[in-house]
Ligand binder design. Sequence first.
Ligand code: PLP
Length: 232
Amino acid sequence: MPDLDHSLAAVQQRIALAAQLASRDPRSVTLLAVSKTFPAEDVRAAHAAGQHAFGENYVQEALTKIETLADLRASLEWHFIGPLQSNKSRPVAENFDWVHSVDRLKIAQRLAEQRPAHLPPLNVCLQVNVSGEASKAGVSPAEAAEVAHAIAALPQLRLRGLMSIPEPAETIDAQRVPHRQLRELFEQLRADGLELDTLSMGMSSDLEAAVLEGATIVRVGTAIFGARDYSH
Ligand SMILES: *Cc1c(COP(=O)(O)O)cnc(C)c1O
């Protein structure tokens, strides 16, 4: 396990520097630690180092971790960020605090129906495919407004904002282009009356570009936990 105190502090420092360049309050950017493929013990160690929000991509793996860490549940925030199949939506609606990867109205409708009444509304982001992204998931910018308004009207969900996974790019200027497009779409939707407060964009390799363009949540895995091993 890497020294999580050190790696978390280093990532927070990167966020703070980028925020300073953008004249933003660093506290306006939340670090989501992406713990997929890493064991519950690593999440526990990161939590002990002061980290509270964790992102997971695979339903079964996440459920096992949430269960293992049930003693910490009140001080953990679980965010689902992976592709979501309809037949796996129920445990996500029942166990997570956020879903960033809502990429069609139908999955939002299922999450709304399946979110237990005794829990607060599930926070969701609409995933947008801004410019032929690496992951083909997400609504097109042209259809985003219609889908966002429909999601905002659903019970038991709270539409918080937009999320994207852009194609990797080498330079910070190139990385900023899709982040800027997502932010402009976000601003249009807000001008259009939607009460959005979240731009989920930026990962280990492009978080500075994302913060410069207004990210409020950066989703960081490798820079915190190290390289992932998918072999088991
Ligand atoms: C894995 C993943 C991340 C984290 O990526 P890193 O490059 O390891 O920081 C962020 N967002 C999503 C949607 C992911 O699947």
